[in-house]
Design a protein around this ligand. Structure first.
Ligand code: ADP
Ligand code: MG
Length: 291
């Protein structure tokens, strides 16, 4: 297409909150064969709420489980952390000092609190660092089957309790995916969350799920999809900046994180899933391609 067509395409996008970093990126979006979506913060609003607090150790109370989880999550920007901190705040639980806080991306956060080593971990990671008995396992399965994400609070290698959160799909997610498929674009969900939760969310949206992926697994999925054709990755940048960079086209959902904006080729400021389809349509119109 001509430079004038590209400039007017970029401007038309910008007016609708679709920021594209230049003509090459705009052209690439229309040629995409597959769109890979991150789940949390992309297909869902990324504003999970705490739905369940389940003490499991004999000496644990709801307040103790929530309080220790909140202390460890205080330094994390993950949506699960925000949900836990919000709930602790609502219950008037004072914040506690922690030391040596660190994140294990895709798995857990951990810190030293009141002399204990406390982790808030995915069930799979909790199985490795503490073990889950049958009762805990059953609870996790039930929570996940209803579309919730369960995290396990582990204190000095012992399971203290479970906190569950639920993150609703964005209101236009199903329509946005249907629009992409109508344009001949395949859609998949790449998530670090567990398979049951991923499928419960995806079931209503009509797309393929690849779950329980570590950040490096997301890269491998992108590489495999690229064998078939150009791939766009849509993510909010929390844990998925490398995947945004590895895709043929990286699309940041929202103003998002600085990491996402830096690595992405385009950004969707209004956080609508349907805007991914709008980007593809805009690109194809600019290219003068009718597919
Ligand atoms: P997604 O791909 O859905 O955005 P992530 O890769 O960000 O998910 O996280 C995957 C899983 O790792 C979460 O479902 C959770 O079990 C665990 N996890 C990651 N960060 C945290 C955190 N700050 N607190 C608790 N659990 C976490
Ligand atoms: Mg995410």
């Amino acid at each position: 297409s001509t430079p004038a067509a590209i400039a007017s395409g970029l401007a038309a996008g910008a007016r609708r909150g679709l920021l594209v970093k230049g003509g090459a990126a705009l052209e690439a979006i229309g040629r995409v064969r597959t769109v890979a979506f991150d789940k949390t913060g992309t297909l869902t609003a990324g504003r999970p709420r705490v739905t369940d607090i389940l003490p499991l150790a004999p000496d644990a109370s709801e307040r103790a489980v929530l309080g220790l989880a909140a202390a460890v999550e205080a330094g994390s920007s993950h949506p699960i952390a925000r949900a836990i901190l919000e709930r602790a705040d609502a219950e008037g639980i004072p914040s506690r000092p922690v030391r040596d806080a660190k994140a294990v991306p895709g798995k857990a956060v951990q810190a030293t609190v009141m002399g204990w080593t406390v982790a808030v971990a995915s069930p799979n990671h909790a199985r490795q660092i503490a073990g889950l008995d049958d009762a805990a396992d059953r609870l996790v399965t039930e929570l996940e089957a209803s579309g919730k994400t369960a995290v396990v609070v582990v204190r000095d290698g012992q399971v203290l309790g479970i906190v569950a959160v639920r993150d609703e799909p964005r209101p236009d997610a199903a329509a946005g995916i249907a629009a992409l498929r109508a344009m001949g674009v395949d859609c998949v969900m790449l998530t670090g969350d567990n398979r049951r939760t991923g499928e419960a969310v995806a079931g209503g949206l009509g797309l393929d799920v690849r779950a329980e992926l570590m950040p490096e697994d997301k890269l491998a999925e992108i590489a495999a999809l690229k064998e078939i054709g150009p791939v766009a990755m849509v993510g909010d940048g929390i844990n998925d900046a490398p995947a945004l960079a590895a895709a043929s086209v990286g699309i940041a959902m929202g103003g998002g994180t600085d990491a996402a904006l830096e690595t992405a080729d385009a950004a969707i400021l209004n956080e609508r899933v349907a805007d991914v389809a709008a980007l593809v349509a805009l690109s194809r119109a600019t290219l003068g391609n009718i597919h």
